[in-house]
Write a protein that binds this ligand. Structure first.
Ligand SMILES: [Zn+2]
Length: 57
């Protein structure tokens, strides 16, 4: 499956490896914000409070 690419030179989105401006288009960098990290952190906190309630910590 082809993913959309972004030209880092002109910022244009394209499906082709070569942008219309002649530069190479690259896969856009993933966003810094990660949903998985957010929920992973939430789960760790939930687990911690679970043990705390049970008097295991
Ligand atoms: Zn371009």
């Amino acid at each position: 499956m082809k993913s959309i690419l972004k030209c880092e030179s002109c910022g244009r989105y394209t499906m082709k490896e070569a942008c219309l401006c002649g530069k190479k288009a690259l896969t856009p960098k993933p966003a810094k914000f990660s949903i998985e990290d957010k929920y992973g952190n939430y789960r760790r906190k939930a687990k911690f409070s679970f043990f705390r309630e049970k008097g295991l910590l």
